[in-house]
Ligand binder design. Structure first.
Ligand code: GDP
Ligand code: MG
Length: 176
């Protein structure tokens, strides 16, 4: 009685240096690798079971560039993961800009509410923190997004839990 494999597309977006590649690699392989080519755009996939549903999770580790269509990920993705670096106020402002861009596209997409996850990465660097957890939570709730802090270097649990909650929403939405 194997349920059919369901594909889910997750786009990781955020300012360069915020840790998109590190989070993607950690999520897919469970390993933290120190350095990534910041110009490389990559797709990763992992099969996993969430709520009894077998999923093929595709992650697009995006790189923004002036020459490419910046928003090509917006129609592709079922889930948006907007990442900033808690030690960089600038990356937080950048994340806010992306959340606003996603909101502006909502009318042309299927309902995207509760399909966005705002992530404050590098929570291991507490000494250098520039963005409080409260600020992150507030921005997320303004955009009806989930919120998690995580560290690709040491602890991805909050990230994984929030992502799985979104997967559950999508799965149950499809059934009803
Ligand atoms: P991207 O440009 O958004 O893909 O960012 P990267 O994944 O390339 O990460 C940028 C830099 O931050 C790299 O040197 C990573 O090793 C580092 N980095 C990423 N995530 C973390 C983290 O959670 N903690 C710490 N301490 N460093 C991180
Ligand atoms: Mg990268």
């Amino acid at each position: 009685n194997s349920a059919p494999l369901r594909e889910l597309h997750v786009a990781l977006v955020g300012m360069a240096g915020s840790g998109k590649s590190a989070v993607a690699v950690k999520y897919i392989t469970k390993r933290f690798i120190g350095e990534y080519d910041s110009t490389l755009e990559d797709n990763y996939c992992r099969q996993e079971t969430v709520g009894g549903q077998c999923l093929m999770v595709w992650m697009m580790d995006t790189v923004e560039s002036a020459t490419k269509d910046e928003m090509r990920w917006i129609a592709w993705a079922d889930v948006y993961v907007v990442i900033y670096d808690v030690t960089s106020q600038l990356s937080f402002q950048y994340a806010e800009g992306i959340l606003e861009r996603i909101s502006r596209h909502e009318h042309v997409l299927c309902p995207r509410e509760h399909r966005t996850l705002l992530v404050g990465n590098k929570s291991d660097l507490e000494r250098y923190r520039q963005v409080s957890e409260t600020e992150g939570e507030r921005l997320a709730s303004q955009h009806k997004a989930y919120f998690a802090e995580c560290s690709a270097a040491s602890d991805l649990r909050q990230f994984t839990q929030s992502l799985h909650s979104i997967f559950q929403n999508i799965i149950s939405g499809a059934r009803s």
